[in-house]
Design a protein around this ligand. Sequence first.
Ligand code: BDR
Ligand code: CA
Length: 314
Amino acid sequence: MTIHYNLEAPLRLILDTDPGVDDAIAILMALAARQAEVLALTTVGGNVPRARATRNALALLQAAGRPGIPVARGAARPLSGRFRPSVAFHGPGGLSVRLPEPSATTAGQGAVDFLADSLMSSPTGPTIIALGPLTNLSRLERSRPGILHRSGGVVIMGGAVETAGNVTPRAEFNFHSDPLAAAHVLGLGSPMTLVDLAACRQVGISREQAAGLSAGTSLGRLAARIVQGWFARDERRQRFEFYDPLAVALALDPGVATMRPVALTVGVTEGDHWGETTIAGEPGPIALAAKVDASRFFDLLGELLEWRGFEVNA
Ligand code: BDR
Ligand code: CA
């Protein structure tokens, strides 16, 4: 068994998320990582409305046997307009499996205050992994400018850099959902890691590979059911791409991809360029995942979730 992530320095994580099928896998990966501590989940509307994202976050933690991890409710709307849930991909409930209703309730604080307190409470704040629209992070920076500098790192899944979008020909879902927030956060000039669609498309599995999955842990079995359930919901589906899980993998093991340092802008004018991600300069403060080491990603994923019957020829 090969452990690639750093066993010496525990990583403290907060996942900002809109679960979401791939968000759910990402959350389960983070929970399974022995040397990562998941401090909290903060929620945002996106794949599903904020209320459903929050319910799903609580339900996943309960199903994973970790109901004590706080969930702080975040933005129900983007900075401008409203979210449009991704029902075609994630289904109306956001997850491809039914989970029991959670008995835990949300934290007393909202996501922005929760994140602010977490970042201020120690000299080096937690690493933030943003898996949905960037509304919460933008609101956090607007209320306390510079605070993200206190984080141990920021890893974002979003954008389509020099590749086709998945909502429009140019835009990726998370950035398309709140381009004003994405433009703000990416324009801060702080170091951050970006996992865009071009990177995520390098890590997918086929229907046949998913069908052969089994797992050695209850976390892994739940993750396998989620992927298999996603395929079962539409017989035309042939490939599941690990969007949000790649962001978690990079937080745990930066060696999963080579990085390209760039400056990026996000289109904020309504029309064809809404949510489009463009390289504005090179080098720049954003580490854009470029060439993904798919074998290393799948080794890590398989190891965390104890997936078996899982052959990927990367
Ligand atoms: C991103 O959008 C959502 O549908 C996924 O959860 C992922 O965060 C991919 O474009
Ligand atoms: Ca997501």
